[in-house]
Design a protein around this ligand. Sequence first.
Ligand code: CP
Ligand code: NVA
Length: 334
Amino acid sequence: MSVNLSGRSFLKLLDLAPEEITSLIDLSAELKQLKREGTPHRYLEGKNIVLLFEKTSTRTRCSFEVAGHDLGMGVTYLAPESSQMGKKESIADTARVLGRMYDGIEYRGFSQQIVEELAAHAGVPVWNGLTDEFHPTQMIADMLTLRENFGDDLRGLKLVFMGDAENNVANSLMVVCAKLGLHFVACGPEERMPAAELVAVCEELAAASGGSVTLTSDVAAGCTGADVVYTDIWVSMGEPAELWEERIRMLSPYQVDDAVMDLASDDAIFMHCLPAFHDTGTTVGRDIAERFGITEMEVTDAVFEGPRSRVFDEAENRMHSIKAIMYATLKDPQ
Ligand code: CP
Ligand code: NVA
């Protein structure tokens, strides 16, 4: 299959064929190499993009900005609450205005429906920089990180997501694993499992790719023999802070510690999209420590800082993969 993503939006991985996802991982690796050797790649000189953020960000925002500049583009950042969108101007009107000025639009915010609506009206590619449901740009970075550790063929690897398996990152991991033939395990409490409808879709995709989808609340069953142990924060952006108490109670048994990593295979790696609560070096971390007496949450500091952790490779790979997504969708059709 010849892959051409030119002019397409990047909203969720369910919209992409496995070959299209693979081509973006290939391109990310190529662009990473160019960056490493200092070879200029201002392939999109003269184009302009806008970054529309309704939630905060470090990695995603900086990745879009650096990648945009490396590709030769002008970049506008619109911070949360700083545009008219939603309050004084509808999503559709905002999309039509921005689409007249920019060649591409990044959106980070709340429901998936908003990014889909932007894309329906913008007339230019729209990229999902995280919604409540999905975080697809993160997946291209994560699959590149897996390739760097396990080789180009990712089929058959076992990836376990520990903790809040109902969140955007877990949903996206389940989709990408199902598309690319990995064995995905959601390991967490029954109350925080991915939606049944999405699980059913992924089971069908996994049947076609040679992968599998497993949901379990049993840590030993879930993590034994894992190649990758992945986790994420227990309360996501947009969720009320009142949830911390319940989530800590519900998710503490799924903290990634040395005992969990010992269940995994000998060359297993630890991954986290970041930001992570692994110590009390943050205001939220300190507040939680004071209120609940715990100094680490979804991952222990020992695992986060340990030799199996690949979290900063993942963070760097966000930039290379976002560059690939922008280049693939903005370049002229061949
Ligand atoms: N992983 C990730 O999306 O990080 P930011 O929230 O900092 O963008
Ligand atoms: N699940 C997290 C991911 C952050 C990158 C959140 O939505 O806050």
